[in-house]
Each structure stands twice: as C-alpha cells, then as structure tokens.
Design a protein around this ligand. Structure first.
Ligand code: PAF
Length: 285
C-alpha cells in the first residue's frame, strides 16, 4: 500500500491549519519532534505514533538553545530532503520544519526550566541544555497540539523531563517513550554516530555492553557503587576518554540510588566521549 504524500510546512500558522482540519473530523494526531538527520530510531518512533493516531506530524528543527557554546550546533547534520523521504516512508503525513526566526521571534524572552529531574547527569554536564529542550518542546507541543507525542528512551533523562513538564503545565497530550533502536552490535542509534571514525565506531558498542552487564549484575543483587565502578572501568578499558557519568538512578525522578543493591525500578545511564564524540545510553534495571 502506498503511503500518503508528505506535506512540508514552515510556519506555526500552517501547522495549526493542518492539525485543525484533522481534529475537526475527530481524528487523532500523533507527533514526533526531532532535530533531523533521521535514522531507524526516529522512524520507529513515527511508526509508534502512527499506531496510536490517525495522522503523524514530525518536526525537524535543530534547536540552537539546547546546544552549549562549545557544542556541535553548526556542525549538526542537516539533511532535510532525505529526512522528508524517510518520514513519508514511515507513514508521517506532515513535516513541520521552521527556521530559527519562526521559533524564536525577536525579543523572545521565555524559558521553561524543570527543577529536580533535569539537574543531575546531562543537566550537570551540559548546563542550560534541558532548559533549551523544555522550552522548545513546550512550544512544539502547543503549536502542534497533538493527542500523543513520542520521544525516544535513548534520551531517557529528556523523556523524564518532558513527562514532568507536561504534568506540571497541564499540557493535554499523552507522552509515550519509544524503545532505543540499536545496531546489530548493540550501539544505540544516534545522529551523532556519524561523527565516529572507523576505530571509534568499532569501540563504541562497549558502552551498551558495559551497561547491559551492569544491569544484569544489579538485577542479581550487586551493590550500586561497585557496579558503577566496574562499568566505568570497562569503558576506560575500551578507550572512552572522558566519562561524564555512569550512574544508577530511580527510573521515574532519577533520584540517586545506592550504595547498596537496588530495591525499586531503576535505570543505569552513562555519557562518555570517544574522541570528540559524546555518546549516551541507558538500560532499564
Ligand atoms: O531529542 C531531540 O531530538 C531534541 O532534543 C528534541 C526533543 C527534538 C527537542 O529539540
């Protein structure tokens, strides 16, 4: 069966007009926000949204406010034509691809900050990152007004930040987490994997291996502090240069756990550099 054609809109007004038409017919709208450079992980989120809605909208917007001054905003891959083809093949009908001026008009002065869950881990390693994410996601959810929005579990802390902000701001949308898509060797799919050299790509699956082994040890009753130390040592041995964190946290609010065995649903999360590329991953415990 051929997929419906994909329309591309660049203004909030055009986005709202499409969504309004669908909603007036009583049809459900799913939404998948992205920064483009799409891969199978994003497409799995689109398919998940399609299962839960009559129409899927995706956004492609490389959001400047969630990048730090020394991060890769300028270098971030921009591949809109290919992204549009992939989105259409996965069942997305509408692509919202605004420019920076459409999202941040002159004089823009509002920031959404989510205390608590956005503070540790990436929040500590990348100051300002989650304020940028929370602000743009709040805007996107109000612009697209979807019934359901799907975010990848690969960015697990981001997913928990978004769940919190939707609850706190009473945004009427169901947030769904999509499982992390992985390469056959276990590496979590990420647009930033494109930065890895051949040698770094060969070393990269050690991150998923270390977290998977740690999660198994924790399930078997191992202590948090020892498990974190072993996972960190495994990453160093595999050539990870700078390790921002390897930590076991409560699955919902990301509160610190340990030092002993875990007694409640938990997540082990890590962020570490291979060369200049920062990789993140996480596994449920
Ligand atoms: O996960 C991403 O790609 C981005 O952080 C998001 C949610 C699209 C906000 O810019």
């Amino acid at each position: 069966m051929s997929e419906p054609p994909l329309s591309v809109v660049r203004t909030v007004a055009d986005l709202r007009a499409h969504v309004r038409t669908w909603k007036a017919r009583g049809e459900r709208v799913g939404f998948v926000p992205t920064m483009g450079a799409l891969h199978e992980g994003h497409l799995s989120l689109v398919r998940l949204a399609r299962e839960r809605a009559d129409h899927v909208v995706a956004s492609v917007f490389v959001n400047p406010t969630q990048f730090g001054p020394n991060e890769d905003f300028d270098a971030y891959p921009r591949t809109e034509a290919r992204d549009a083809e992939l989105l259409a093949s996965a069942g997305c009908e509408l692509l919202f691809a605004p420019d920076v001026a459409e999202m941040y008009a002159p004089g823009f002065s509002t920031t959404v900050t989510v205390a608590g869950v956005s503070e540790p881990l990436d929040g500590a390693a990348r100051p300002g990152h989650f304020a940028g994410v929370a602000t743009v996601v709040s805007k996107l959810l109000m612009q697209a007004a979807p019934d359901v929005a799907v975010f990848g579990e690969k960015d697990y802390q981001q997913l928990q930040v978004i769940r919190r902000l939707v609850r706190d701001l009473d945004i009427p949308v169901e947030i769904v987490g999509g499982p992390t898509a992985r390469a056959p060797d276990g590496l979590a799919l990420s647009s930033r994997n494109a930065y890895l050299s051949v040698e770094e790509r060969a070393a990269a699956p050690a991150l998923a291996r270390a977290l998977t082994a740690a999660a198994e040890q924790l399930r078997a009753g191992a202590a948090v502090d020892q498990t974190e130390a072993q996972a960190r040592a495994a990453l160093e041995a595999a050539g990870f240069r700078k390790i921002d964190y390897v930590e076991v946290r409560a699955a919902d609010d990301l509160a610190r756990l340990g030092p002993g065995p875990v007694a409640a649903p938990a997540r082990i999360l890590a962020a570490a550099f291979l060369g200049r590329t920062r990789l993140i991953d996480n596994i449920a415990v």
